[in-house]
Design a protein around this ligand. Structure first.
Ligand code: ATP
Ligand code: MG
Length: 404
């Protein structure tokens, strides 16, 4: 046995896929996923940057969570920044913060995500979308662990671990001149390639069961399960949208079949690319446009029901304001569970009836302003609380000229 192997065994005990399933909700029995778990075990305790590659929906964000959760930084929240969702012109100030007066509209100094993530991990999603100018600044952070705010003169020291993800071939982006070569090498110290689902069919059955169980539990559905033939069809499908598509299809089938047994006769209706797959499959029933519309309506109804519930709650609080302070609504995202947990315990006054007589537009503006204020200007968190996309939030901030 080579010495390196003995050392490896001493420092890194064999990873357990069951642990990844129970602790982080990451499913994977395939050899490819086992290798990923092994890499996570090895790199998580270090501060080495990690670059995660993979097609859309393969689980890159989930893996970033697992790396952070297994690191010494786990007590602090993982800070996620989607470089593709933030308008190019303001990404730099979002990441590094800005001083008062740094640009038109910067009426107050603001901390950036890197400063907020001091002692923690920053996950830069869709890194290939980062403008070249911002890439220079990021390289400096990686090399010297310091940066300057936009319009600032003093450098700020931070202790941040970086994880980045992309569904583009970064090497090709370097060749095309869209991505800095020096940054690429720096980020690529450890890279994890998350294989598309079609390359790890052994994971499909467990993923389906996992999504079905979670969905039925959350929606109080009694589900009769899948037949062996149904599993086999799901395993044969190429899943162009990867795990995300598998999750959506599983949930759609359960809702639309009203919890009844999912058989091999039912599955094809839900697989849009069914005609393009294996020619030997027995049933070839395309999903009709009527059925696709029905599914869309169902999904919209489920979303609407949830929104009506939230609105009802909000109106109820406004009309019958409680005398005491109400807790700030818990956010859905599990991202900010450390430091920002303190925020969740904060309270906000609901007895102020300040929305009375306001137009819908003004109410929206005020709600956005208050939410942003409450979360210290953190757009991702505010968007998650308001249940709108980050992009929409940015548009609204601009539209209402809000100072964030
Ligand atoms: N191995 C897995 N086990 C359990 N759930 C998974 C797994 N991989 C992905 N998922 C689920 O699939 C969905 C998509 O995963 P995720 O957002 O991590 O993908 P992604 O690679 O970041 O996609 P994108 O490139 O589009 O951002 C999420 O709901 C995630 O929880
Ligand atoms: Mg992602």
């Amino acid at each position: 046995m080579a010495i390196s192997e003995i050392k490896y065994k001493e420092i890194a005990p064999p990873p357990r896929w069951t642990e990844f399933r129970s602790e982080f909700g990451v499913i994977g029995r395939s050899e490819k996923m086992r290798q990923i778990f092994e890499t996570i075990e090895q790199v998580a305790p270090t501060d080495i940057p990690v670059l995660i590659y993979g097609e859309s929906g393969t689980g890159k964000e989930l893996i970033a969570h697992a790396i952070h959760a297994k690191s010494r930084r786990k007590a602090r929240p993982l800070v996620i920044v989607n470089c593709g969702a933030i308008p190019e012109g303001i990404l730099e100030s979002e990441l590094f913060g800005h001083e008062r007066g740094a640009f038109t509209g910067a009426i107050a100094a603001r901390k950036g995500y890197f400063e907020m993530a001091d002692g923690s991990t920053v996950f830069l999603d869709e890194i290939a979308e980062m403008p070249l100018g911002t890439q220079v600044k990021l390289l400096r952070v990686l090399e010297g662990r310091e940066f300057m705010k936009v319009g600032g003169t003093e450098s700020i020291q931070v202790d941040v671990r970086l994880i980045a993800a992309t569904n583009k071939e970064l090497e090709r982006e370097v060749q095309k001149g869209n991505f800095r070569e020096d940054l690429y090498y720096r980020l690529n110290a450890v890279s994890i390639r998350v294989p598309p689902l079609r390359e790890r069919k052994e994971d499909i059955r467990e993923l389906v069961n996992h999504f079905a169980a979670n969905f039925c539990k959350a929606n109080h559905i009694e589900f009769e399960g899948f037949t062996e033939g149904a599993y086999r069809l799901l395993e044969d499908y190429p899943w162009p949208g990867n795990v995300r598509e598998l999750k959506n299809v599983t949930e759609s089938m359960i809702v639309l079949e009203k919890g009844g047994k999912i058989t091999e006769g039912i599955v094809p209706k839900y697989l849009s690319k069914f005609f393009e797959m294996d020619r030997h499959l027995p049933v070839r029933v395309p999903r009709t446009s009527e059925e696709a519309d029905r599914e869309l309506i169902y999904r919209a109804l489920i979303d609407l029901k949830a929104e009506i519930g939230q609105l009802r709650e909000l109106i109820f609080q406004r009309v019958f304001p409680p005398k005491r302070l109400k807790p700030w609504p818990a956010e859905e995202s599990e991202v900010y569970t450390g430091v920002l947990q303190a925020d969740e315990k904060n309270t906000y006054p609901v007895e102020d009836n300040s929305f009375e007589g306001m137009s819908l537009e003004d109410m929206e503006k005020e709600l956005i302003r208050r939410t942003l204020e409450k979360v210290g200007g953190n757009k991702r968190k505010a968007a998650s609380i308001l249940k709108i996309s980050e992009r929409t939030l940015y548009r609204k901030i601009k539209e209402y000229n809000l100072p964030f």
